[in-house]
Design a protein around this ligand. Structure first.
Ligand SMILES: *Cc1c(COP(=O)(O)O)cnc(C)c1O
Length: 420
């Protein structure tokens, strides 16, 4: 199946006289015929459903769809994108370990990695996404467990050279985890370029309608956990009567460990209702991504012609420093544009306040066009130094182009520029 078909059909194929739509299984628990049946599931928790803190049929249908879209062996949904990032790391790191993250990632990710995880003894070492292989390799230490980066960074919109990072990671026997939120599997499939694990905030394009907060982790099944660096995959897990993940679950070892260890203990699993809504969004994902790309391209070209704009950052513009990377890694540059308005912070605020159709929202990737000023909102917690390395100037506005007609979006931007 191609992506368009997977969006509509993957994950749930009803049989004779079953519901056409994936049913919302609003049940915390599941029944068993015998005491033996229930105790068996505690030895082999993937055999049957036990409890909706870590597995539910509605959520699992969506997980299957996303796994197929990314080309992975399995996926696990989480209650938010933040939780997907966190669990993707905690599935490999314990206190005393470190990992590498590119500087150009989502502000919430930077805070989680640099501030919160540090308190629990896991150290994040940041490297510039444009660093050469030697510089990246030099940051890897004995206790470094993985490299993390973002396909199309929010809001810097830099395009990650995934193959470069995969090469360095694999040369050191560690996996590459990619946050593919802005690209979605429609525009980029990081596994095809050597990434091992993909995460998403499903709150963005996958949902598309701003109705549910969620996340997902997808496992490519390609990483070799038996290389000696990951004993928790090759030695018995005593919380499951000695389960050895690579022996019991083969290629799905990482994603099953995440579910039956971390999700069982943390319980950050989405509700069936949220998964149902996410699935509705996914059904039109391929179609919507195409239009987001077209609309954003038209708006980016308009912004480039405005004399009130200092700089437009959109990798689909031929003058962009990431144009070549975008051509290599992306089928389209998605719907988010960053631009620097002349007049800095104050002009940015005044411009945003004068918009009529376009709303101010702490969100992106909605079907409705929206704007945000990262320096005073999502990235407020970052120091000026971190702001610069995340590619955020004081006059930077993040514009998430929606599915209205591009001419109406441009008309609103024009009237607001005229008002400055
Ligand atoms: C929004 C976002 C997140 C966090 O996701 P939530 O669903 O808001 O928790 C992570 N990564 C990227 C790239 C994002 O845009």
């Amino acid at each position: 199946m191609r992506d368009e078909t997977k969006c509509v059909h993957a994950g749930y194929q009803p049989k004779n006289s079953e519901p056409k739509m994936v049913p919302i299984v609003q049940s915390t628990t599941y029944v068993f015929d015998s005491a033996q049946d229930v105790s068996d599931v505690f030895d082999e928790p993937t055999k049957a459903l036990i409890y909706s803190r870590f597995a539910n049929p509605t959520v699992m249908a969506v997980e299957q769809k996303i796994a197929e879209l990314e080309g992975g062996v399995g996926a696990m949904c989480t209650s938010s994108g933040q939780m997907a990032s966190l669990m993707s790391i905690l599935n490999l790191c314990k206190a005393g370990d470190s990992f590498i993250c590119t500087s150009q990632v989502y502000g919430g990710t930077i805070n989680l990695f640099a501030v919160t995880l540090k308190k629990y003894g896991v150290e994040c070492i940041f490297v510039d996404a444009y660093a050469d292989e030697e510089t990246i390799a030099a940051a890897i230490q004995e206790n470094t467990r993985l490299i993390f980066g973002e396909t199309l960074a929010n809001p810097a919109l830099s395009v990650l050279d995934i193959e470069k990072f995969a090469k360095v990671a694999h040369a050191h026997g560690i996996p590459l985890i990619i946050d593919n939120t802005f690209a979605t599997p429609i525009l980029c499939k990081p596994f095809e370029f050597g990434a091992d694990i993909v995460i998403h905030s499903t709150s963005k394009y996958m949902d598309g309608h701003a109705v549910q907060v969620g996340g997902v982790i997808v496992d490519s099944g390609n990483f070799d956990w038996t290389n000696g660096k990951f004993p928790e995959f090759t030695e018995p897990d005593h919380s499951y009567h000695g389960t050895v993940y690579v022996e019991n679950y083969g290629k799905a070892a990482y994603i099953i460990k995440a579910r039956i260890q971390l999700m069982r203990d943390f319980g950050a699993y989405p509700s069936a209702n949220s998964a149902f809504l996410l699935n509705l969004g996914l059904e039109t994902l391929a179609l919507r991504m195409e239009r987001y790309c077209q609309n954003a391209q038209a708006v980016a070209e308009f912004l480039e012609t405005s004399d009130q704009v200092e700089k437009v950052i959109y990798p689909g513009l031929p003058g962009s420093k990431d144009y070549a990377l975008a051509k290599k890694y992306l089928k389209g540059c998605s719907g988010v544009i960053s631009f620097v308005i002349k007049g800095g912070r104050e002009a940015a605020i005044q411009f945003m306040d004068a918009l009529k159709l376009i709303s101010i929202e702490v969100h992106v990737a909605d079907i409705r066009t929206c704007v945000l000023h990262p320096a005073t909102t999502t990235h407020r917690q970052l120091s000026d130094e971190q702001l610069v390395s995340a590619g955020i100037e004081p006059g930077l506005i993040r514009l998430s182009v929606g599915l209205e007609h591009s001419e109406d979006i441009i008309k609103d931007l024009s009237q607001s520029f005229a008002n400055l």
